[in-house]
Structure formats: structure tokens, C-alpha cells
Design a protein around this ligand. Sequence first.
Ligand code: G3I
Ligand code: 9MR
Ligand code: ZN
Length: 540
Amino acid sequence: MYKHIFINQCGYIPDMEKLVTFNCTGDDKPVSFNVLKSDGSHVYSGTASKRVDNPSAKEINYIGDFSDVTESGRYYITADGYGESDIFAIDSDVYNNVFQKAYAFFYLQRCGCDIPKRAGGIYAHSACHTSPAVIYGSDRRKEVSGGWHDAGDYGRYIAPAAMAVAQLLYAYEENQCLTSLYLSPDSEINAKKPSPFLDEIKYELDWMLKMQDDDGKLFHKVTCRNFCGFIMPDMEKDELVISPASVTATADFAAAAALASRIYRETDKEYSDILADASKRAYDAMCDMTLEGGFKNPPEISTGEYGDVCDTDERYWAAAELYKTFGDEKYKKDFERLASEKIYHGYGWEDMGSYGNRAYITSGYPVDAELAKRIKNSMIELADKLLDNALSDGYGTSLTADGYIWGSNLYAANNGIHLYDAYTLTGDTRYRNAAAQQLHYLLGRNSMGLCYLTGCGTNAIKHPHHRPSGFNGRAMEGMLSGGPCSARLDEVAKQLLTENTAPAKAIVDMTGSYSTNEVTVYWNSAFIQLLAEIARKSNN
Ligand code: G3I
Ligand code: 9MR
Ligand code: ZN
């Protein structure tokens, strides 16, 4: 049955703001609705009177508020002429299972080791991509096994890896109540110190360390020359090639390793020192590097490019992060010089300024108070724009109609993080509420009525562009789909979507649609960081 009532299918923490969206297909007037317990007993009546003309979904929406329902239980919402919503739960631990699944994904993306049947189930495989890779343009070979497969493909790329590591470490810093609940699908990992959560991130960092050349630079990526078919990772036997070093990879690694060095310092001094040394060597190498126009795929290589014409925000992040960890004056000077020209923002793989802002304004070493203030104001200004968007959207998303680009769900999640930053800076709960709305959007309160995280909620994505899922005919659980992309950039999207398709509905839940329905480790990391922030106990 077609749905007209939209909520977060994974549910709500009791004292959260709870909003429901009605897609008006009949009379354009406020909607009287009821909240019922799953046994049919009535608990609440309300009227959805906030009317929104929604150009992103090409709908008229009415928004209702049922925040007053706070008792733990299972519920659904009904309204005359609109039918029934999905069943959802209200409970303080409602996101624990969602978190567990979304994080177990990283273990299942591991490259270069056996994923045994007892841990991987149908996604088990033997150690993949273990042969030494040839360095592009040379006869040299290098052992670079390990790390996570990036996405639906089996490439391993440094820029998005650095982003994922940073976001997961932030999640750890911000909500250890949640991250300490994590249990790896591989029970042997659960004995690892200090925690299975940090052990998973170390798996990626160990690989990133191998991607550093003797001169301190970071190779951009390691992949086969082309994407393989829909096979399991241990079936991809083509030669591995290491692409040339790039400024973005080198700067991103310097930054992520500095951040990690700080966090592992408390629990594993030796590892922290290894990361510190590698970080500083990468930073020094970066200072002497330029790469006009950014990394471009060599002609023989057609895997993900992760090109980026501007590497200043990566240098900016590196300078701030190394200053926060090591305190050397030169990093401070570098950051302040770049920040005096422009304050950058972004938690993406391409725009990374926000990581730098975060490091600088939370540094334990002395900072320029006036600059720190300007950065904070700029962060709040960005959040104000996002808050405005969220309040004017029928589903509370911060995306505007032109924001449904490749990986739009990443931008929804990251905007939630920007909003949460403003909450941290000001204590104004409007920002936190709007941040939470981004989570609700991803988990079902959207015009597709889809839970964009596989294996969760009542109506989740079932056919993501993900090779192990496609090969087995069953979606791995806990993966965030890229989400609506109105540009129609793959054959399936071209065939099934039209120019008239509403931007927020430009998604095809079919394996072939990589531009709307792929998954990546860095979309999941954004989701996990947002979840960790929203589920913080100190919020409640
Ligand atoms: O930066 C521009 C922005 O200025 C403009 O307003 C906007 C409007 O179109 O586009 C922005 O560029 C987008 C770019 O990502 C940066 O975010 C492009 O449209 C968009 O097509 C591009 O998509 C990237 C895609 O690769 C194609 O290059 C995705 O972000 C990126 O996640 C994806 O990465 C792939 C890897 O290559 C291979 N592995 C899977 C992975 C996920 O699909
Ligand atoms: O599977 C690939 C996916 O990870 C990438 O994001 C996407 C865009 O670069 O490309 C996918 O691979 C497709 C290739 O580009 C064209 N032939 C079909 C491949 C998917 O089966
Ligand atoms: Zn592999």
C-alpha cells in the first residue's frame, strides 16, 4: 500500500522532539491524527497544522507534533484518509541495535583478511587483495594489504578513509556510552584492548600507514585498473595498482593520524608514537608538494578518482589537527595563515574545513582568541542556514531541492553534525532538534517512506549497489544508501527516473543504480557520528 504518513521507522528516544509528516493527496487542510499503541489502544490526538509547500518532493505536506508521547512502547499513527504509519518504538535504547549493525559493516568491509563464516555468514570470504601491488609507472611492488573496501566496489582510497577514521574517532570521543556497547561479529576481536570499537579503526589505520611512501607522501589509492563485476572480493584477481601520491591524500593522512595518535595515546602509547611520527613526516612532505588541478586518474585506471581541485582545506585540517596534538608553533602559524584568508567548512571527503575548525577551537594549546571566535561565529552562521532549511522542509531535512546530489544522504548526515556543532557552541536546543531531524529523515521520515539504512526499520533499502550483497542476493545489514541523486548518472537511473521526478524521490532501489543506491564506509561513518551525538545521554 502506498504510504502517506512518515516517521522514523527505527523509533525515538522518549524525550526527543517527534514530528510526523503527512503527504497531502486529498483535501489541502490540517490533518487530525491519532497515536495508538501497537495493540490499538489510543494514547494521543493531535492536529498537523503546519503546512509546507515542498518543492524537493513536489508535495504539499502537513507536519504534526507528538513529542508529548514519551512512554516506552510500540506505536503507530493514523489519520482519516491517510491510512496508517509504520509501527515505531519509543525507548531509551532504541538506537543501540541500529548502531551495532551500522558499525559491524566496517568489519565486514575488511580487506586482506579471512572473514570466517562464524562472523561473516553468507558474506564470509578468504583473505582478498593480498598480493603486493605495483606502483604505477614503475616496476616497484609494495605490500599494502588491509583496510576496508571503500564502498560497493573493492577499491581502497586514502581521502575517504581519513574522513571515515576521523568521524568514527569523533563518535568515540563524544559518546563512549554508545561505542562501548559495540560487539564485533568476530568474537575474537571482542577481547581486543582497549575496545573492539577502536580495534576496528586501527585496522584501517594500519593499512593507511602502509600507503605512506619512504618520502612521507601518501599514495592516493590502491585498486585494480578497472571495477570488477559483481563477485566476492577474494574472486577479484586482477593486478593491484598503487596510484601516484596526492596532496589531498598526504594532508588527510597527516591529519587523521594526528587525531588518532591523540586518542590512542591513552591506551596504546607505542601505537600512538608510530602514528605521530608518520603524521609529522606526511605533514613535512605535504609542505613541499603541489598538484595543480588535484589528483587525476592515470589513463589506464578507471576506478574512483576522488579528485579535488582545492587542497587548501586539507592543508588547513592538517595544520589544525597537528597543532592540537603536538602543539608546535609552525602548525599554528600555518593554520592561522590559511584561516585568515578563508574559514572553510565541510565534513566530506572533498571539503574538510570543519575538521580543522573543530581541532583549532578545541585545542588545549594556546589559540588566537579572536580567530577562534570568528570560526565559531562562522560555524553558527552555517548552522543557521541549515536550520532555516530544515524548518522550511516538509520532512525536516536540511537539503534544499538542488541538494539531492550523489551521496545526498551524506550531506543530510553531515548537516546534522554541523547543526549539532552549533548546539555544542551555543546550548540552543533548536540546533540539536534539527540535527536529530536529519537522523529521522535517514531512517524513514522522508517522502519515499524508505529507511535508508539496510536491515533496519520496516521498509528499508533492499538492493544496494554493493558487490557482496549483490553476489549473495541479500543486502548486508546496516549500510546507508547514498540516497536520492537527481542528476541521473547511471543507466538504471536514466531508465527509471525522469526529469519530472522530484529531487527527493530520485532514488532507485536496484543494484545497478550506483549513483543513487551505493553504500560507502564514509557515508556510514557520518551516520554513526550523527547517531552518537543525537543519542548522547547528556542530552536527555
Ligand atoms: O562539488 C560539486 C558542487 O560544487 C556542485 O554544486 C554539486 C552539484 O552537482 O556537485 C558537486 O560535485 C559532486 C561531487 O561528487 C562532490 O561532492 C558531483 O556532482 C558528484 O557527481 C560527485 O559524486 C561522487 C562520485 O563518486 C562520482 O565522482 C561522490 O561524491 C563519491 O562519493 C563517489 O565515490 C565513489 C567512488 O568514486 C568509487 N567508490 C564508490 C564511491 C561511492 O559511489
Ligand atoms: O561499482 C562501481 C561503483 O563503485 C562506482 O561508484 C561507479 C562510478 O564510478 O562505478 C561502478 O562500476 C560501474 C562502472 O562505472 C561502469 N560499468 C558498470 C559498473 C557497475 O557494475
Ligand atoms: Zn579486498
